[in-house]
Design a protein around this ligand. Structure first.
Ligand code: MN
Length: 237
């Protein structure tokens, strides 16, 4: 099945934005539930995000098997995406990254990641931490490299927007691609600000009511941020 050109283009832009905003480096991946077949998803072949082009986009099923485009090498951790799409019909896009400021919150379980400011109101509920050794034993390489690990990660994510992966990174979801990118960028920003605030003292976080009100406002304004982020990357290409 042909991959729609518009879907290829927006996924390329999302990859370039996430690289430019410091969420991705040579690693990290973003996927989109396929608009023409919602039981499949679209994602780049295994490549550094900043270099991704429209022809790199491939279609996978929810077990991580390529549909068409069989010559391209998929990401090792594609099982993160497939298993979340399979269990979360509300999810339209997923970002997995190793963004640096988030890492400390995955390894210090008694300091939860919480909304330090309005842009991260989506972090309202407790962010779960995935402990890979519970599934993969004591000597794994920390990667989600099969469907069993992907299923365990999706279970731990539950209904949340974000999951921390101990000693590895994080995964965020959204109802659509722009929302997932927004969540990934502001999760990284919130983590950085929370670390700074906690170095100063004891932060006063948003209340649950404030966080949910702010999240609702932000959800209606994502296009404004996207337009700017996309302009930045388009002008470099
Ligand atoms: Mn990873």
């Amino acid at each position: 099945m042909k991959i729609p050109d518009q879907a290829r283009a927006i996924l390329v832009t999302a990859n370039h934005i996430l690289a430019a905003q410091g969420v991705f480096d040579g690693f990290g991946h973003v996927s989109l539930r396929a608009p023409d077949d919602p039981e499949t998803f679209l994602i780049s072949r295994s490549r550094a995000p900043q270099l991704i082009e429209p022809d790199d986009i491939m279609r996978l099923d929810f077990d991580g098997a390529p549909v068409g485009d069989k010559g391209m090498k998929p990401y090792l951790e594609r099982y993160i995406h497939g298993r979340i799409y399979a269990t979360r019909p509300d999810v339209g896009a997923i970002v997995h990254s190793h963004s640096a400021s988030v890492i400390p919150f995955g390894v210090v379980a008694d300091v939860p990641l919480r909304p330090i400011y309005h842009m991260a109101g989506f972090l309202n509920e407790a962010v779960p931490i995935f402990e890979i050794s519970d599934c993969a034993g004591p000597n794994c390489d920390m990667l989600i490299r099969d469907n069993d690990l992907g299923t365990a990660l999706a279970q731990e994510l539950g209904d949340s927007t974000m999951i921390l992966m101990r000693g590895h990174g994080s995964t965020v979801v959204g109802p659509d691609l722009k929302a997932a990118v927004f969540h990934a960028i502001y999760a990284e920003m919130n983590a950085r600000l929370q670390l700074q605030a906690q170095a100063l003292g004891t932060p006063r976080f948003l209340t649950s009511g404030e966080a949910s009100a702010a999240a609702k406002t932000n959800a209606a304004q994502i296009d404004r941020a996207w337009e700017l982020w996309a302009l930045d990357v388009d002008s470099q290409s």
